[in-house]
Design a protein around this ligand. Structure first.
Ligand code: HEC
Length: 104
């Protein structure tokens, strides 16, 4: 019994960790070029766009925007923001949002 509890805790921790690091990998693969290291909208590709990429962290913590609206923008796109619905599912976008919250 004494061995089982730490083992369960370890498994839980490991899967939490994997969840966040999947968000990190996805963010770095698909989003960082425009949105920047901390998702503040200052990635290296941002200057090539006519519209500035949003500060995603601000969106996620804003009282005026819901996560559901942000999710919709990610899946369906908006002006210069590409639509990711054919590449990412909602769970993966939530992993990205969690990663962004964890680094700010
Ligand atoms: C080609 C550059 C580019 C890439 C790559 C990109 N975005 Fe964007 N994103 C934008 C631009 C530009 C906007 C602003 C669009 C607007 O306001 O109409 C935006 C807006 C957003 C918004 C809306 C924020 C708000 O406050 O309304 C979210 C959320 C977002 N992006 C998330 C992501 C995620 C997650 C990824 C990766 C899967 C990603 N973006 C990849 C350019 C990009």
């Amino acid at each position: 019994m004494k061995i089982i509890i730490p083992t369960i805790a370890l498994i839980a921790l490991t899967s939490l960790n994997t969840y966040a690091s999947q968000g990190e990998t996805l963010y770095k693969t698909y989003c960082i070029s425009c949105h920047g290291d901390k998702a503040h909208g200052d990635g290296p590709a941002a200057s090539a766009l006519t519209e500035s990429p949003s500060n995603i962290y601000e969106g996620l913590t804003s009282f005026f925007e819901s996560d559901a609206e942000l999710m919709e923008t990610v899946l369906y796109g908006n002006e210069e923001m590409p639509a990711w619905g054919s590449v990412l599912n909602e769970k993966q976008v939530n992993q990205i949002f969690d990663y962004i919250k964890s680094i700010n």
